[in-house]
Design a protein around this ligand. Structure first.
Ligand SMILES: NC(=O)C1=CN([C@@H]2O[C@H](COP(=O)(O)OP(=O)(O)OC[C@H]3O[C@@H](n4cnc5c(N)ncnc54)[C@H](OP(=O)(O)O)[C@@H]3O)[C@@H](O)[C@H]2O)C=CC1
Ligand SMILES: N[C@@H](CC=O)C(=O)O
Ligand code: NA
Length: 930
């Protein structure tokens, strides 16, 4: 028959006896008779489907279409008719419990034939003993179906073409996935359904109106088709399965608030009956659709398929309900607003509830209720990322005392609601007057406004509450009118409206019973300079709500989220000078960042890199695997102030460090300001610590007063622990007598390799290429670099030297002191090779070597740098490569047995390593685990 629909069974054969087991097609082999009744059948037989009974017309809001096929009326009456249940059917025991797993696949999961195949694979690979799979309509189909009704109601003929699109979409999908009898019977069913729908839409077109039942009937086809296709695909994979039209099973009662309440008892009875006829181990069930007790087709409204899955889970007492979607799980905050948002591994039912109220992408609260009753966990998983474990919503496991343990962190998630206004009703006449709150909220109710949050201080002088902005005008007017007398008499001082507000809520089941949580929350808001207009916390302890100015809302969300989710050793870094050393540091950070985060909870994020000409800034952290390309492609004009502000201006990362890898005095002159702003500073640049004494002392004094850190280990001996060794000696009460050593990696390398026939200038060039020299190698050869190191150690030891106090033997030939550039200097240097060669030969002739040393003489209160001759067996003569050697003579480490530190004292890797270890020192000062 033409109207043999997957929804409506074959038409009655003009008899009143159609009641059970009317198998209408290969697809709808289950009991389709729910929609037939004696009464309806009689109607049908008497009218021969041509005319609707007037009472039914008015009930369904549909008029007859004389030109349409009778099948329309059959379906309409099928839905309103009562059911006669066939009591003769032998009941098969319905197995319940752990053996069942329930899955729900939303529209995007079954959006294409490839995805349907993918879903079928997931079903087949689930090794649960029994599976019930709830499936939505293919993506966009529900909208397409609603659109059909919309167009038909508007008497827009294009509904016919739109229906053809629906047909085509499902026809093509079926052709791609099915073959043989399965394909043939699905297509035959599909064509029948479409022709029935055409007739029904025609009626709507004529009436210019569709009742809710008609709409629900039409849109429900999307689920019917996807369930049939999916069940055929699963069967094709060798798994025996049946599909279920859930209108035969899920019975719901409409509620006043455009929602429905499942009738679990009746639904369970229906399920048993259905199962006795279809004792399947794998069931593919339609999502979204259900029936009223009167067997009128209806839907489960918003997020209906999730609800279907939860109801089925509860009916089967399933082991688990898995909701498959296109996100990895429930986020701790809206990831579009908070880039740091993380997927929550667990949520309690109550937390999920709270989060969903605030619009988080969680389940609708009503979806949670059926499964919560039986403690059935709900798992939210991403069908496009099977490796993501998803979020489990369940009852928190109990500890040995039977108390609920907390799941993950105390605060789970943060959410916001925008477009609110606060209403503040204030006055001394409110205190101690019973009924004031009732009068206020009675007035609010009268204008139909929804109160989102209420707060009243115990002084009772004011009540404040939040309502949607669009409702506030009516609320204020109603209150003013209701309290006119009290306002005139001065018992109420005002009804104040504070527009442009947002709510920020923190959700976590154990939040309020854990001391200090709200303090942390408010502290984070205070630090971000955010004013709180109102606060509410219920005794349920699941949620703290604050009302803020709307423009502060995202900042507030980020601030509180980072307070609870970022480790306190999250550090925003700015790298100044990505040259040889800075660049190597960035590469080391790239290679090590994940390990640090994983093992030590140290989260280092490079928020900016600047050279002298260009800089790159990032809000999230620069991808260090591509920092060079990013710098080339996205570099903007360098601006140090903007740079520092950007790196430090992110209020949500608790710490900032600027790492100066230049040799620039100008950059060093900013340290004071940076430290003052709470920015930690780390550097291998010697300019600040060897610059004017006064500035140095000022800088160190500031550092000592603040809890802001300034580390500069790499300024002396690169990565060697020279500064830290000296500090260790001093801080433990040792007294420095003398520090003597080879402090220049460059000059060490030069004199270690200036042997045989080699020319001095050639070895200098080699040292430069090896990355040992200063950006300008004249700084090394002139002894200035060593003098700076001597100064740094002398000042660290408490001596007050200026650079000019250090006597220095320069190796730069007098005529080259004025050379215009480092390049020119290196070009001309060979002309002077003979002079230095002569010095070396003289030393050699005496069995000695040349070494360039620096000395801090704390006893004589002087420092100097000179080229000296050492016997070949002296420790200073035993070095190789760029080795530094530094001997500390102290009151504990006496004359003949100084404390010696030795090793490579220059080069990109060791220097960057020294800076990196300063960064980790900072992290450990900030509380990183050791
Ligand atoms: N080489 C070594 O073994 C050791 C070096 N050091 C110290 O490390 C520091 C860096 O040396 P190295 O990497 O070799 O030098 P490079 O010349 O290779 O790099 C210097 C970097 O600083 C940048 N720079 C210079 N001036 C400015 C400015 N005003 N603003 C922003 N960026 C600027 C340069 O950028 P741009 O190119 O855009 O101008 C360049 O990226 C020096 O202070 C050095 O003393 C310390 C211990 C050992
Ligand atoms: N140029 C310096 C580098 C380290 O400070 C050196 O050679 O030691
Ligand atoms: Na060092």
């Amino acid at each position: 028959m033409a109207f043999s629909s997957s929804f409506s069974p074959s038409p009655p054969s003009s008899s009143c006896s159609v009641s059970t087991n009317v198998a209408t097609s290969a697809h709808s082999s289950m009991n389709r008779n729910f929609f037939f009744s004696r009464r309806r059948s009689c109607f049908l037989s008497s009218s021969n489907l041509a005319v609707l009974h007037p009472s039914s017309i008015s009930r369904l809001g549909c008029v007859s279409d004389r030109g349409s096929k009778g099948s329309l009326h059959a379906r309409v009456f099928a839905s309103v008719a009562d059911v006669s249940v066939d009591k003769s059917i032998e009941t098969v025991h319905l197995p319940k419990g752990d053996m069942w797993s329930v899955h729900k696949f939303g529209g995007t999961c079954v959006g294409t034939s490839k995805r349907i195949q993918n879903v079928a694979d997931i079903i087949v690979n689930d090794d649960s003993e029994r599976k019930l799979v709830v499936v939505s309509a293919m993506s966009k189909v529900t909208d397409m179906m609603y659109n059909l009704i919309y167009k038909a109601q508007l008497r827009d003929d294009s509904y016919v073409a739109a229906l053809d699109d629906v047909l085509e979409k499902h026809r093509l999908t079926a052709i791609e996935l099915l073959d043989g009898n399965d394909l043939a019977s699905f297509l035959s069913q599909l064509h029948d359904d479409i022709s029935n729908l055409k007739a029904l839409l025609r009626a709507i077109y004529i009436a210019g109106h569709a009742t809710e039942s008609f709409s629900d009937f039409v849109v429900g086809h999307g689920e019917l088709w996807s369930a049939q296709i999916l069940s055929s695909v699963v069967r094709k994979l060798g798994v025996d399965c049946n599909w279920m039209d859930t209108r035969d099973v899920i019975i719901v009662n409409p509620t006043s608030a455009n929602q429905v309440d499942p009738d679990f008892l009746e639904s369970e009875r229906r399920l048993e009956e259905w199962f006795s006829k279809n004792p399947s181990k794998t069931i593919i069930a339609t999502g979204f659709i259900a029936s009223t007790p009167q067997k009128i087709p209806t839907t489960l409204k918003r997020d209906g398929s999730d609800f279907s899955a939860a109801i089925m889970g509860a009916l089967f007492r399933a082991r688990q309900v898995t909701i498959w979607t296109d996100v990895d799980g429930v986020y701790s905050a809206d990831p579009r607003k908070v880039s740091e948002a993380v997927i929550l591994s667990t949520l309690s039912y109550q937390e999920a509830w709270e989060m969903s109220y605030f619009g988080a992408n969680v389940l609708h609260p009503r979806t949670i209720i059926p499964v919560m009753r039986y403690n059935i966990p709900i798992v939210i998983r991403n069908i496009f990322n099977l490796s993501a474990p998803g979020t489990i919503i369940c009852r928190p496991p109990a500890d040995e005392n039977g108390d609920s343990q907390r799941l993950d962190s105390v605060v789970k998630g943060f959410a916001t609601i925008d477009n609110l206004a606060l209403v503040n009703v204030e006055g001394t006449g409110m205190a101690g007057v019973p009924g004031t709150a009732s009068a206020i909220f009675g007035a609010v109710k009268d204008v139909g406004a929804n109160v989102i949050m209420i707060s009243q201080a115990s002084s009772e002088h004011s009540v404040c509450f939040a309502v949607p902005e669009k409702e506030v005008k009516a609320v204020a007017e109603a209150l003013e009118s209701r309290f006119r007398q009290a306002l005139n008499a001065g018992r109420l001082s005002k009804v104040e409206v504070i527009p442009n507000c947002s709510i920020l809520a923190a959700v976590g089941q154990k939040m309020a019973s854990t001391p200090g949580v709200s303090a942390s929350l408010f502290n984070a808001l205070a630090k971000a300079n955010i004013n709180i207009r109102a606060i509410a916390q219920g005794c349920s302890e699941y949620n703290i709500t604050v009302v803020l100015k709307r423009e502060d809302c995202i900042r507030a969300l980020r601030a509180v989220h980072s307070r609870f989710y970022l480790s306190k050793t999250t550090i925003a870094m700015g790298i100044v000078g990505p040259g040889l050393i800075g660049g190597t540091l960035l590469d080391q950070l790239r290679d090590q960042a994940a390990v640090l985060k994983e093992e030590f909870n140290i989260d280092l994020r490079v928020m900016g890199i600047t050279g002298s000409k260009t800089m790159v800034l990032s809000d999230l952290g620069i991808d260090l695997s591509r920092w060079r390309e990013i710098q080339k492609e996205k570099g903007e004009e360098a601006n140090l102030e903007k740079f520092a502000q950007h790196v430090h201006g992110n209020h949500f990362i608790p710490n900032t460090v600027l790492v100066d890898c230049t040799a620039d005095e100008k950059i060093a002159s900013h340290y004071y300001d940076w430290l003052r702003k709470g920015i930690h500073v780390i550097t291998p640049n010697k300019k600040a610590n060897s610059g004017p004494l006064k500035q140095y002392l000022k800088l160190r004094a500031l550092q000592r007063q603040s809890y802001t850190h300034y580390f500069y280990e790499a300024t002396v001996g690169a990565g060697l622990p020279i500064v830290s060794t000296l500090r260790g000696l001093l801080e433990t009460g040792d007294k420095i007598l003398r520090i003597e050593g080879i402090f220049s990696g460059t000059l060490s390398y030069i004199f270690n390799n200036f042997i045989g026939q080699r020319a001095f200038s050639e070895v200098v060039t080699e040292a430069k290429h090896a990355g040992y020299t200063e950006p300008d190698p004249r700084d090394d050869l002139s002894g200035t670099d060593v003098a700076r190191k001597v100064i740094i150690l002398a000042r660290e030891s408490g001596l007050r030297f200026e650079l000019s106090d250090i006597r220095v033997d320069s190796l730069v030939p007098e005529p080259l002191k004025a050379s215009a550039s480092a390049e020119e200097f290196l070009e001309l240097l060979p002309q002077f090779d003979q002079d230095i060669a002569k010095k070396r030969q003289d030393a050699e002739a005496a069995g000695e070597v040349l070494r360039y040393v620096g000395v801090v003489d704390a006893i004589k209160n002087k420092g100097y740098v000179e080229l000296r001759r050492y016997k070949k067996d002296h420790p200073f003569a035993q070095l190789s490569g760029s080795d530094n050697i530094i001997a500390f003579t102290t009151t504990r480490y006496k004359e003949q047995q100084p404390l010696i530190v030795r090793g490579p004292g220059a080069g990109a890797e060791v220097t960057a390593g020294g800076i990196f270890s300063d960064i980790l020192r900072l992290a450990s000062y900030l509380g990183a685990p050791s």
